[in-house]
Design a protein around this ligand. Structure first.
Ligand code: ADP
Ligand code: MG
Ligand code: MG
Length: 258
């Protein structure tokens, strides 16, 4: 059993105006994710959802001002990005980076070697990658293409779920993995996520803007994220309410008076 615990997390990002103070984005986030649980975070654009995922992953631009993140009691904030991955954290980014000149198969093997602490046995590995690509309906020639270079939105997302299946993290954070996917891609990606959950009993944090993906991946908990913090938590019925009524009930009280 694994537990990721986030307590009263405050995070700032450097101000583009170097003479000005950093901009505070997260304003006290509390969230606990355990093995086998699926948490959905839903919130309007600009509310800080990606900032939360970057802070957990250790992106250098995002500075933790106060609060804590622990994985089974270990201080995640003291770990490097690599150490976080080795400890079992995985982040699929909203905007995956392109890595020119590095083939997808090399990238995956390097990542798996780093996370597992030893190179996977070649014959077994080749089979594993082939099976996983097949499951995600990724055609074999993708293995030799540069990472994400010229990939469509849907291809990038499938590639991320391929990583998820091969790296087998304890806790996975998927940031808007559903954005821009057509119905077929959404189904394939969701099935990949559900396979990961079944096989690894992983904990999942699903950041999303739309309730659509939650019809394929059933959340145990839904959190409404407004203005840098979790405003309300509930079960999947909360997602249904958001689908019907939007975020008005949550944002109305935050608008400036007048
Ligand atoms: P969401 O994912 O909910 O749409 P983000 O975490 O991407 O929200 O952004 C929250 C706020 O923080 C936005 O106002 C955004 O412009 C700002 N922000 C995020 N990252 C940076 C950055 N690197 N530099 C400046 N502002 C940023
Ligand atoms: Mg956004
Ligand atoms: Mg975002």
């Amino acid at each position: 059993m694994t537990k990721l615990e986030i307590k009263d997390l405050h995070v700032s990002v450097a101000n583009p105006d170097v003479n000005a103070d950093p901009i505070q984005i997260l304003k006290g986030v509390d969230l606990t994710i355990e093995s086998g649980q699926t948490h959905a975070i839903m919130g309007p654009n600009g509310s800080g959802k990606s900032t939360l995922s970057y802070a957990i992953a250790g992106h250098p631009k995002y500075q933790v001002i106060s609060g804590s993140i622990t994985l089974d009691g270990e201080n995640v904030l003291e770990m490097s990005v690599d150490e976080r991955a080795r400890a079992g954290l995985f982040l699929a980014m909203q905007y995956p980076v392109e890595v020119s000149g590095v083939s997808m198969s090399n990238f995956l093997r390097t990542a798996a070697t780093a996370v597992r602490g030893e190179a996977p046995k070649l014959r077994h590995w080749v089979k594993e990658v082939k099976t996983s690509m097949n499951e995600l309906e990724i055609s074999p020639e993708f293995a030799e293409r540069s990472v994400n270079e010229g990939f469509s939105g849907g291809e990038k997302k499938r590639h991320e779920i391929l990583q998820l299946g091969l790296l087998k993290p304890k806790i996975a954070i998927l940031d808007e993995t559903d954005s821009g996917l057509d119905v077929d891609a959404l189904r394939v990606v969701s099935e990949g996520v559900n396979r990961y959950k079944e096989r690894e009993n992983g904990g999942l944090l699903l950041i999303t803007h739309y309730t659509r993906i939650l019809r394929y991946i059933e959340p145990d908990f839904v959190h409404v994220f407004i203005n840098g913090r979790i405003e309300e938590s509930g079960g999947k019925e909360l997602a249904e309410e958001l689908d019907a009524n939007g975020y008005d009930r949550f944002t109305a009280s935050k608008s400036p008076a007048g």
